[in-house]
Design a protein around this ligand. Sequence first.
Ligand SMILES: *Cc1c(COP(=O)(O)O)cnc(C)c1O
Length: 437
Amino acid sequence: MTASPTQIPAPGAGTAPDLLAFDREHVWHPYTSMTDPTPTRLVTGASGTRLTLADGTELVDGMSSWWAAIHGYNHPVLNAALAAQAADYAHVMFGGLTHEPAIRLARRLVDLSPVGLEHVFLADSGSVSVEVALKMVLQYQRGVGHPERTRLLTIRGGYHGDTFGCMSVCDPVGGMHSMFSGVLPQQVFADQPPSSPDGVAAWAAGFEALAAEHAHELAGIIVEPLLQGAGGMYVYPAECLQVMREVADRHDLVLVFDEIATGFGRTGTLFAADAAGVSPDIMCVGKALTGGYLTLAAALCTSRIAVGLSHSESGVLMHGPTFMGNPLACSAALASLDLLEANDWEAQVARINAGLVAGLAPVRHLAGVADVRTLGAVGVVQLDHPVDMVKATEVAIEHGVWLRPFRDLIYTMPPYVSSDEDVATICAAIAAAAVVA
Ligand SMILES: *Cc1c(COP(=O)(O)O)cnc(C)c1O
C-alpha cells in the first residue's frame, strides 16, 4: 500500500499559522521551491480594490491578481452572473453539445476583436489558447501544402505561457530554454523591437532579413503586441506591428497576436492591435476575459485560417479540452464585457494612466532606478539591479499595497475601478519598495 494520506499532518484547527504551515510544507505556488519556499500570505477576503489578510491587514491591490481582476473583487454583477448560471447548469461537455453562454460570448468576441477574426476556440487557460494557436498555424500550413513550414518567428523578450509549445516561443534567455534544451521546438528569434520610434527602421530591416532567410521553413509569427508582459514589461512602438503584418503577408506566414495580457483595454485601446490598426490572423485572449473570476481564454482566427487548416489531413482542428466552453466561465466573461462597456473602460484606463504618470514621476530620480514607463493602466519601475522580491513585497505591504515584483521590475497593473487615491497609494508603495529593494 502507498502511504496513507492521514500520515500528512492535517492543517490543524484552521488557524492562520496552522494553514500557513501546511501550505509551506505541501502546496506548490507559482515558480517556487518546495524545500525553500518564499513566504505566502493568507487571504481571508477580497472586495473592490482591497485584499484582506488573516491578521486583518487591508491592502490596496496593485496587481489585479495577475492582470485579470479588472473590475475589482467580489463584484455584485459578476457574482450574480455566476449564481444565475450555476442555478441553470454549471457545466456540460462541449463535444456534441453547445449552449447559450458560449455562443453569446463567441459572438461578443467576434464583434469586439479586430476585423476579420471570426472563428472562436474557447480554451481553459492562456497557455492552452497559445498551444491551440500554434496548432492552427501548423495545421494551416499543412492544409495549404507546406508541411515543411514548422517553425515560428518571434521576438526576444516575449512570454507566451508555461506549457512546452508556449515555452519554445518565450525569450530564449529569460525563459526556460536552457533547462528544457533538447525538448523544446527550435524557433527563430528576431531582436526585440526598439523602445522608441527612432529605431524602428533599423529593427525592421533586421526583422525582414531574418524572415526572408528562414521563410522556407517558417509557418508563422507570434508576438505580444505593443507590451511584452511577463518577459519584462517592455513597451515598443505600434509601427513594429505593421512591419510584422507586411512581413507575414510577403511570405504567407500566419500572424499571431498574443493579447492575453494586453486585451480588454489594459494598454489604452481595447486590444493592442487596435493601436496599430493591424488585424492578426489569429489572436489569443485570456487573463481579464472573465474579470478575474474563472480561468478562460480564447483563440480567434480568420476564415482564411479556418478554411486552410480544414484542408490538413485530419480535416479538423485537433484540440478539445474537457472543460472547453465552461458555462460558468463564459457567463462571467459576458458579465465582465458588459461591465467594461458600462464603466467606460477607456475613461477608467486614461484616468489611471494620468495617476501613474504623476505618481511615478518622482521615482525616476531615485538611486537604483534605471527607467520608469507607463502605458494605459500599466506602471513599471525598472531597477538597475535584480529586485529583492521578498523585501520589496514586505515594504509594499508596510505601505498598504500588494505588489509582486520580479526580475529587475516593480510594476503595477491595478484594477480599472481603482480610485485616484488607490493609484497614489500604489505609486508611493512602489517608490518605497524601489529604494530598499
Ligand atoms: C499570462 C500569459 C499567458 C499564459 O496564460 P495562463 O492563463 O497563465 O496559462 C500567455 N501569454 C501572455 C502574453 C500572458 O501574459
